[in-house]
Design a protein around this ligand. Structure first.
Ligand code: HEC
Length: 125
């Protein structure tokens, strides 16, 4: 292999390796709340009740409805976040944006604690 080729290889591989080496730190609950606000709230509502215009149109589940939420297990909710709904058409998949640990936190510490009328991000909408 010529020197030029080797240098080109390093130039191409370098950034890829550093990106893979530095595994992104797990987002905190606070970070995930902001993530929810920017990536989920448009459909599921600021408070998670899906009572926004879009949420209602999509017949979104109400995360603030404790009774309804009791019937769903964490893994099923996590799977939806990972895979999306209807091949990503109804809801995008977030398996590439969120780690498993982050998805678990999102379900347990955020969606399951959603309260009607209280914005998940903590910010007043
Ligand atoms: C483009 C709109 C859209 C976006 C953005 C979106 N969702 Fe959804 N989501 C839906 C729809 C539609 C459904 C299916 C109806 C329902 O169950 O709410 C759904 C379902 C779900 C469910 C399953 C609910 C159940 O009762 O089984 C979870 C959990 C969920 N979404 C979480 C999220 C999270 C977390 C985000 C952001 C990371 C997100 N969604 C972003 C549209 C969206």
């Amino acid at each position: 292999m010529s020197r030029k080729m080797i240098l080109l290889g390093i130039a191409l591989l370098g950034p890829a390796l550093t990106a893979a080496d530095v595994a992104p730190a797990t987002r905190s609950v606070a970070d995930l709340k902001s993530f929810y606000q920017t990536r989920c709230a448009s459909c599921h509502g600021d408070d998670g009740s899906a009572r926004s215009a879009t949420g209602a149109k999509l017949r979104g589940s109400d995360f603030t409805d404790a009774k309804a939420m009791q019937r769903k297990n964490d893994e099923a909710l996590a799977k939806t976040i990972r895979k999306g709904v209807f091949f990503g058409f109804a809801m995008p998949s977030f398996g590439k944006d969120l780690s498993e640990a982050e998805i678990a936190l999102l379900v347990k510490d955020i969606l399951r604690k959603a309260e009607k009328g209280r914005a998940i991000s903590g910010k007043t909408p």
